[in-house]
Design a protein around this ligand. Structure first.
Ligand code: SF4
Length: 377
């Protein structure tokens, strides 16, 4: 019986879910990883990168690094949506927050991310109306309840959140809601992966691919990794044994000299993804170049609102003056997001930069590598 079986009872579901954390299974998977891990001819470490913030946190919280063979390095990549949002985009949101009478609706993490000279939290303290929401649909509700006010939802994230934002825009249009718009800074993952596998400083051998994003996009957008770059990738879930199973499958591929994109998260991910969500994205957004913190501009890695929905684009609607972008001196978030620096190698880690006093977004976000290292290592 599987977790998706209609005959499953709460008890059997609980048992199945417990298996994803079962220590005996974890030990068996760790043994398989050790048995399958090859040695490189130059004795260099085998670098696996996870590109999902939820994986980053789960790996740290569950001590998965300590289960790896000595020659395996688990590097964290640009998988935290708040962290990869550029300083310039943060400054744009802050400029919007200063527009008189405007309500900013955003996920909580975004309020504490420092821009060049301010943050949403600082603007809120100075009188801006900044509200924390859990979904773009909450922002729609705020717009309906405040017809005399303009409401802007801050849209950051990958393919997981983009369809929801697309749906919110479609709903606003269908309802004729004139006071709702979006700051659109969504990104897609495959473009960033191409930069990562071409980074000579990093030298990635295989990728632990994101479960949530893959429920939307499926397998096909990753195939270039295997076909063009001969880099194996396994899509996996977020429980400790999901991740260990994904790593074991990667090691088997490396051991056998294969490079394929495999799914270790079949309870959620289908090869073709979610066509309904993809259609919603395509209806409202078109791909555009996007700036990633630490990486720079990646062609085709962002989403911008199509002309047909231009009225819902907050930057076009309000065109606020945006201050000149200044990067934070000393913050190594960019190198952390590229996986070339461990958070504890940043000179400010724990000394100056803490979750209570974050210098960069990697320490702010619950999915940030620096925050995960601070909490669990
Ligand atoms: Fe930036 Fe703080 Fe992380 Fe250093 S520890 S890279 S300052 S967020």
């Amino acid at each position: 019986m599987t977790a998706t079986d209609s005959a499953a009872t709460p008890d059997t579901l609980r048992e199945e879910l417990a298996a994803f954390k079962d220590p005996a299974l974890a030990r068996g998977l760790a043994q398989s990883i050790r048995a399958l891990t090859p040695t490189k001819p130059d004795s260099a470490p085998i670098t696996l990168m996870e590109v999902c913030g939820t994986h980053t946190v789960s790996i740290a919280r569950n001590g998965i690094r300590s289960l790896m063979p000595d020659n395996v390095r688990l590097a964290s990549g640009p998988g935290c949506p708040v962290c990869v949002t550029s300083n310039h985009d943060i400054d744009k949101v802050i400029a919007l927050a200063k527009v008189p009478g405007l309500i900013i609706a955003t996920f909580g993490d975004m309020t504490r991310v420092p821009g060049s000279s301010s943050s949403l939290l600082a603007e809120q303290a100075a009188g801006a109306d900044v509200r924390i929401v859990y979904s773009p649909l909450d922002a729609l509700t705020i717009a309906r309840e405040n017809p005399e006010r303009e409401v802007v939802f801050v849209g950051v994230g990958f393919e997981t959140t983009t369809p929801l934002v697309a749906r919110a825009i479609q709903r606003a249009q269908n309802e004729g809601l004139p006071n709702f718009s979006i700051f659109a800074a969504h990104k897609n993952m495959p473009g960033a992966l191409e930069v990562i596998v071409n980074d000579p400083e990093l030298s990635v051998d295989a990728l632990i691919l994101p479960g949530h994003v893959s429920t939307i996009i499926g397998v096909e957008p990753y195939q270039f990794l295997a076909e063009r770059y001969k880099i194996p990738g396994v899509i996996t879930g977020f429980e400790p044994n999901d991740i260990l199973q994904g790593i074991a499958m990667i090691m088997r591929q490396l051991h056998e000299g294969r490079a394929e994109i495999e799914i270790a998260y079949a309870r959620s991910v289908m090869a073709k993804g979610n066509p309904v969500a993809l259609a919603a994205i395509d209806e409202v957004f078109r791909t555009s170049d996007a700036t990633w913190r630490g990486i720079g501009v990646i062609p085709g890695s962002g989403y911008e609102i199509r002309e047909e929905y231009a009225d819902f684009d907050a930057m076009r609607r309000f065109a606020p003056a945006v201050e000149e972008t200044v990067e934070h001196a000393g913050c190594q978030c960019g190198n952390v997001l590229r996986g070339v620096l461990r958070p504890d190698e940043c000179p400010l880690f724990r000394k100056v930069c803490t979750p209570e006093n974050p210098v960069g977004p990697c320490m702010v976000s619950g999915e940030g590598s620096c925050a995960a290292y601070f909490r669990y290592l």
